[in-house]
Design a protein around this ligand. Sequence first.
Ligand code: NAD
Length: 489
Amino acid sequence: MEIATMKYPETKNYIAGKFTANGQKTMEVHSPLDGSVLSTVPLSSASDLDAAVKVAKAAFSEWSATPVKERVQVFFRYKALLEKNLKELAELVHLENGKTMSEASAEVEKSIELTEFACSMPQLIGGEILEVSRGVECRIEKKPLGVVASIAPFNFPHMVPHWTLPNAIALGNCMILKPSEVVPISANRIAEMLKEAGLPDGVFNVVNGDREIVEAICDHPGIEAVSFVGSTKVAKIVYQRATSTLKRCVALGGAKNHLLVLPDAHVEMTASNVVASMSGCAGQRCMAAAQMIGVGGVDHIIEKMCEDAGKLVPGENLGPVISEVAKDRIEGYITEAEEAGAKILVDGRNAAVPGKEGGWYVGPTIIDYVTLDMRIAQEEVFGPVISIVRAKDLDEAISIENKNPYGNAAAVFTQSGGLARQVMEKASAGMIGVNIGVPVPREPFSFGGWNDSKFGVCDITGKSSIEFWTQNKKTTTKWSSEARTNWMS
Ligand code: NAD
């Protein structure tokens, strides 16, 4: 591939503070906006990973011995760099992922919030100490694990790496990031900026690649913990494989988020929230509204949703989906639902954007009278599409939500506190929204689903992630020679 024809130079691995010359096979990176070639990405092998693990292991002794108050100084400087370069970083996300500039800016702003949380680590991990008997003290300190790995999906090239890297590294670990091979360019900028912020070489490394590298991460004996974000199918494989080699693992999977809409819901607010949730980032968010359950008479709200969806214009305020394969898959679900008797109220198939014929656009799609036996009601579509299932009452709606195998988010739209409370109690999902279409917990609250949307015990961000990235050291000390001796001390 001629570098001159690409918008960005070739993406490289980043090991020991240097972008390494690629001896590996490479793959083209395309912009979903118009299909143009942006860069190439190396498809690394297990030996590239091994080199990164060795470097990270060597950096660990010094970095883990650095006091946390010093470690977070890097992230204060890094946060300032993110703020300074926000527009450039957002443009990169826009180009490689396809989301609109305002969505891309919001993504980088979330990375800033995640970094800010990591800066508060000294306030969060103060140990515990207690005199447990006369002259005898017990203390607990949070210690890092060693070399850890983070495997990311395509839909948030900047934010998902920030779900893990600021916390894991501020807590004293050394990290290997494996970005999605579809959107690898942001990770190279992250590496450059961490170096500029003063992070010592070897503490953060990037190894690009596909399945081969993910499997090598799961198998490598030098890696202590693995975080994964991606589809449920791969999350299961990664969780099983990483834990079979006795690693700690948290693996976040796909989603099918249900939104329960009641007739008393505020019409404008509900319609705009539901439509924004189903269509934001072209529906490629694990928190996107995928299935609305209309409880009783909600036609007036659906009418307003259709009106709002009509204001979304592909290529203007609605970005493309990630690939041609994704576009075909999404349109296939719509056609299959139509053939099975569902009613397409707003049809996003065959969207075309003049001047961007090479891009992969799907318009907003609202499908009513979907029944539970249809494939679209059961599987993750991951596009700007919402299916509406009708329920006679709230109990039936909750039971439909409960039966879906995923459990990332669920939301209820109503003006009744009592009915909302029932959904808060009974929905089988890790993140619940009341009159909110995308109920992402903000820092310091942690992010993570239930059921087939997450495997492993901790959440991936916030306070819960501190438990994931550390282990407790318990020390008992005796300083008084007169202290009594018994079997416990
Ligand atoms: P994906 O599962 O295809 O890929 C994720 C990562 O796994 C990538 O780095 C990829 O290289 C690697 N991979 C792909 N196939 C593999 C295999 N067979 N073996 C080992 N590794 C493999 O996911 P994606 O398409 O990049 O991302 C979209 C999915 O991610 C959606 O299902 C979405 O819901 C999910 N997601 C979930 C969350 C969450 O918080 N639960 C957040 C973002 C995205």
